[in-house]
Ligand binder design. Structure first.
Ligand code: CIZ
Ligand code: SF4
Length: 303
């Protein structure tokens, strides 16, 4: 099938299945083009929950489809590529976290949304890169266990110095790869550009940026800014939206390493097969689901 035919078949199957297609900001251009909605994991999960459709095709990685399922229990949530996982989410497991909790019994336990349902079930509250500082500030406890991203944890600690953060040793393999040397080089090459980076980058990279934020915050900032040139320090998939919404502005990727192989696994063919075969449906064990959902819902109440 060529691209045109694939697209036509996807749209027809989507109608037959009464489905909605969601795509993360890091998905390939073709998948973003065909999606009903594009955004970050949290915005997409909320959108799915309010959608009247029976089936949600979630083009992203596993933890995102799981979060969507938790907020849309009656719906079928499909992850088109079963092996699209998040290496950072896989760096923490429930057993290890339980041990950390035993060593810090007074701490509140906060997880980044990039975690499995099993890990979320062990936590008090969840956060995203958009609301992490606000979530931590909302907690009464002084001690905070934070999993799994040490870079985001460090960023929060600097913003909320009154808290004592106990941080898991995880990181995003894609964002952690960016070095401060690359930032300096990019600055030299484009001295009049504004530097926007994701808090999953190393502290020394974050330090050199003009703005730090989630994918949504980076897109919103660049769109509202009077600036004309931007150096983008997050996964290259965001360039699609940035360029589409801001044709008069120029965007440079901070590092050629800013590509997440797991986010690139989903192709138009994957979306077609997902709808055709109704694969791969997300199932979460009941006991885990109830606890993990509470962790997610507590975050909703903070906003
Ligand atoms: O929450 C998300 O979707 C992720 C992983 C990143 C972001 O900044 O949007
Ligand atoms: Fe995970 Fe990083 Fe890929 Fe996001 S970009 S899915 S945090 S590995």
């Amino acid at each position: 099938m060529d691209k045109k035919e694939l697209t036509r078949n996807i749209l027809e199957l989507k109608r037959q299945r009464n489905a909605v297609i969601c795509a993360h900001n890091y998905q390939i251009d073709e998948v973003q083009e065909i999606a009903d909605v594009v955004g970050d994991s949290f915005a997409l999960s909320k959108y799915c929950a309010s959608s009247p459709r029976d089936v949600i095709v979630f083009c992203g990685v596993h933890f995102m489809a799981e979060s969507a399922k938790m907020l849309s229990l009656q719906k079928t949530v499909l992850l088109p590529e079963i092996h699209a996982g998040c290496p950072m989410a896989d760096m923490v497991d429930a057993k290890g976290l339980r041990e950390m909790k035993r060593n810090h019994p007074r701490a509140a336990v906060v997880c980044y949304i990039n975690t499995s349902a099993e890990v979320k079930a062990e936590c008090d509250i969840c956060c995203t890169s958009s609301n992490a500082v606000k979530v931590i500030q909302s907690l009464a406890e002084e001690e905070i266990i934070f999993v799994p991203d040490k870079n985001l944890g460090d960023y929060i600690q600097k913003k909320v110095p009154e808290k004592k953060m106990i941080i898991w040793d995880g990181f995003c393999v894609t964002h952690h790869r960016v070095t401060s040397k690359e930032v300096q080089k990019a600055k030299e090459a484009h001295p009049d550009a504004v530097i926007l980076v994701h808090p999953e980058c190393r502290p020394e990279v974050v330090e050199l940026a003009d703005f730090v934020g989630s994918t949504k915050q980076i897109i919103d900032f660049a769109t509202a800014s009077p600036g004309k040139k931007f150096i983008i320090g997050t996964e290259m998939g965001v360039l699609y939206r940035l360029k589409k919404d801001n044709p008069e502005k120029t965007f440079y990727l901070l590092s050629q390493g800013l590509i997440c192989p797991n986010m690139k696994k989903t192709r138009l063919e994957s979306v077609y097969h997902a709808l055709e075969k109704m694969q791969y449906a997300i199932e979460i064990e009941e006991a885990i689901l109830i606890k993990a959902r509470t962790t997610l819902e507590r975050m909703l109440n903070v906003q």
